[in-house]
Design a protein around this ligand. Sequence first.
Ligand SMILES: Cc1cc2nc3c(=O)[nH]c(=O)nc-3n(C[C@H](O)[C@H](O)[C@H](O)COP(=O)(O)O)c2cc1C
Length: 369
Amino acid sequence: MIRPEESRSRMLDLGAALLRQLPAETAHRATLVLARAAGRLLPEPAPDDPRLAVEAFGLNFPNPVGLAAGFDKDAQVPDAMAKFGFGFVECGTVTPRPQAGNPRPRLFRLRQDAAVINRMGFNNSGSTIAAANLRARRGHGIVGINIGANKDSSDRIGDYAWCFSELAPVADYVTVNVSSPNTPGLRGLQNRDELTRLLGIMTNARAKLYDDTPSARTMRKPILLKIAPDLDLHALDEIADVVRASGIEGLIVSNTTIARPPLRSRHGDEAGGLSGRPLFEPSTRMLAEMHMRLKGAVTLVGVGGIASGQDAYAKIRAGASLVQLYTALAFHGPGLVTCIKRELLACLQRDGFANVCEAIGTGEDQVKA
Ligand SMILES: Cc1cc2nc3c(=O)[nH]c(=O)nc-3n(C[C@H](O)[C@H](O)[C@H](O)COP(=O)(O)O)c2cc1C
């Protein structure tokens, strides 16, 4: 017999299959509209199996599978996405001022490679709109906000400080994104000196926010840093040093890659960041490298090419406490989330782990460079 949850999942996947017939960005816009409607109609998801629960940077995640940044840039549908079973949702990237992003086309499906190339360029409605959307939320799921700088900004670090002050009070955590390949020069903020200055300003902004209004809303919000997968081992050493000294709570590994492994799809030569299956191996290797360097010092979030419970499990064994995905959702629809959680539980059981937490970092050696 088909359970109501499964039949709902199948309907959603059918809807997703229809959307895939549309051009990529049109499909994405339609998805946001449908998600908003679904958010009102869908019941709360069934409670997660307690073996999937993770406690990280002071928050209790019902399961470790999150929605990665870029899907919901303006924080329009975090509650709806939580209803599809995500353990947390990251909105953004948000910049202080609204910006249109790069000219279209700027989003390409690489079907044969189970991948996407995007050069969206931080299209978003600005921090004031995102903050208003987050303030109007009704749901109680964990929502992070991912922040960045405007393309034409003369003070990029100031942009991060602005976004932090405006958005930290209305989010559960804040991700500092210095790894988009689509804002020229942004990745330069990953250099030792720039990163030290940036994270110093973030932690000061946090201290100031809390000192000025020490309420639950401005509570010391966790800060995460999101890095690119296109870094050499020396750069990883430097980033690990800076992160350890900075007092931030987490590291997200990784954003999209500018590398181009052999691809079969006709859009493989498009400029922008590549995500999906071809990113799985390099981003997982990098995660293991960062786990070696940072063991226990900060929480690691594994992102890049996750399309199954086995993939999520591999990231967890490489050192991730939490994982995120985006591209596979575009190919498989929201039913994928339930499927990943079921497969993840099966992996844990097969290998004799009592819960997700027991498995974290236990396979680091298998994936190191
Ligand atoms: C269309 C698209 C837009 C994205 N926009 C952002 C963004 O605004 N900020 C960000 O930090 N990452 C962004 N990402 C990167 C994802 O959050 C994620 O790090 C990357 O896609 C790897 O995960 P995946 O292989 O599961 O998609 C974007 C990815 C895609 C495909």
